[in-house]
Design a protein around this ligand. Structure first.
Ligand code: F3S
Length: 106
């Protein structure tokens, strides 16, 4: 599967969802996740993200491994998003910040 990482939090550009052939993105208030049961590892979403927030599971850095479980967990409870809707208002300000997990809204 592919995994949405820390960089998405408080940005949520949503460019990724438009290209997904299997509609595997799920939307929370300030973060998206990928449903690991739907993702086919096509990788087309990776270059679409302005925050570089998406990686294949095998490339997830060791300090972000918790996001593998987090994507799986939140994908079960968040609704599907299939169309781009624009970023959060201050996305550009948050794009290059690190360790945004404390800001995650569920
Ligand atoms: Fe998030 Fe990037 Fe998609 S910021 S919503 S993973 S385009």
């Amino acid at each position: 599967t592919h995994v949405v990482l820390d960089s998405c939090i408080r940005c949520k550009y949503t460019d990724c969802v438009d290209v997904c052939p299997v509609d595997c993105f799920r939307e929370g208030p300030n973060f998206l996740v990928i449903d690991p049961e739907e993702c086919i590892d096509c990788a087309v979403c990776i270059p679409e993200c302005p925050a570089n927030a998406i990686l294949p599971e095998e490339d997830v850095p060791s300090d972000q491994l918790q996001f593998v479980q987090l994507n799986a967990e939140l994908a079960k409870v968040w609704p599907s998003i299939t169309k781009r809707k624009g970023s959060l208002p201050d996305a550009d300000e948050w794009k290059d910040r690190k360790n945004k997990l404390p800001h995650l809204q569920r």
